[in-house]
Design a protein around this ligand. Structure first.
Ligand SMILES: CC(C)=CCC/C(C)=C/CC/C(C)=C/COP(=O)(O)OP(=O)(O)O
Length: 289
């Protein structure tokens, strides 16, 4: 039974499975889980690793299933490195590993930790062919996974939830939904030709752009509100400044350049938020005055 389409043998098979690791999409959920842990303070490294691994295999599951459906079932993609059997084995292995992580989280933390972790796999597994058929679930699936990574990463450390991680989860849900709308605008012609109902296909590229930047601005407004209410550290405003600068430049580019810039801008946004929560730089500065 061949698992890789191009060639057989251990090395070719390993390369085919490795090709389903997409760092641009897989690093953010891992960073989001760790961000949740940082928000909880007092990090247990073992539990953090189990939750990060669960998020990694959830996104891996999504990519293998999406590739399988798009190439082997729908015939939309030109190529895919895994055979049908290879996809099924990959899905079984990644889902089994996810289940092991859930058992460990149940034993180490409890059932609520699992209840906050399992939806990530559900969103991932059912992304294709179910959730990617509707503009809202196609847009919000990945951002919802990131939001769950923050909440789960926090919960497994703190064994409770609090307004701060919930607010950060909402900020990333809204912000990343905006970026995904721009990302889908880039594939407007192709998606329309295969009747894929992304937001851009449903409302048209111009309105999709307006909606996308509106969502990003809403995400930033929530951060300002949370700083004003004293829930987020004032340094979070620096994250808005950094992302706002990137978004302003992205607005001038086409959808491909804008997506590339905005994804990187969201990394910078997260990095500055981590620094703001961890070091509280503005508080340190103000205390010197
Ligand atoms: C933990 C976590 C973050 C979970 C979320 C998992 C999730 C829903 C990932 C989606 C990844 C994926 C296959 C994107 C392709 O989207 P597409 O259908 O727009 O792209 P396509 O045109 O290549 O099929």
């Amino acid at each position: 039974m061949s698992l890789a389409r191009e060639a057989s043998g251990f090395e070719a098979t390993a390369r085919a499975y490795w090709s389903q690791v997409h760092p641009v999409f897989m690093l953010p959920p891992l960073a989001a889980s760790l961000f949740g842990a940082i928000l909880a303070r007092g990090v247990d490294p073992g539990i953090a690793v189990v939750h990060v691994l669960a998020m990694f295999v959830a996104v891996y599951t999504a990519h293998v299933k999406d590739g399988y459906i798009d190439f082997h079932v729908r015939g939309e993609d030109d190529d895919h490195p895994l055979t049908v059997a290879g996809c099924r084995l990959g899905l079984t292995a990644s889902s089994a590993l996810f289940a092991v992580c859930c058992v460990l989280l149940w034993l180490a933390v409890g059932p609520i930790a699992v209840a906050l972790t399992v939806p990530a796999w559900i969103i991932a597994y059912f992304h294709a062919p179910q959730l990617d058929m509707h503009p809202i679930s196609a847009t919000m699936g990945y951002p919802a996974g990131i939001a769950l990574s923050i909440l789960g990463g926090y919960y497994v450390q703190a064994t409770s939830l609090a307004p701060v991680p919930i607010a950060f989860a909402i900020v990333f849900l809204v912000l990343l939904s905006g970026i995904k709308v721009i990302d889908d605008t880039k594939d407007y012609d192709y998606d329309r030709s295969i009747r894929k109902r992304t937001v851009a296909v449903v409302v048209g590229p111009a309105r999709a752009y307006t909606l996308a930047y509106g969502l990003m601005a809403t995400g930033m407004a929530i951060v300002v509100l949370m700083v004003a209410l004293g829930f987020f550290p004032p340094g979070a405003l620096l994250a808005i400044a950094a992302f706002g600068l990137v978004a302003a430049i992205a607005r001038r580019g086409d959808a491909t350049i804008a997506t590339m810039l905005l994804i990187r801008g969201s990394y910078v946004f997260l990095a500055v938020l981590v620094a703001a929560v961890w070091f509280e730089p503005l508080e340190a500065l103000l205390s010197l005055l």
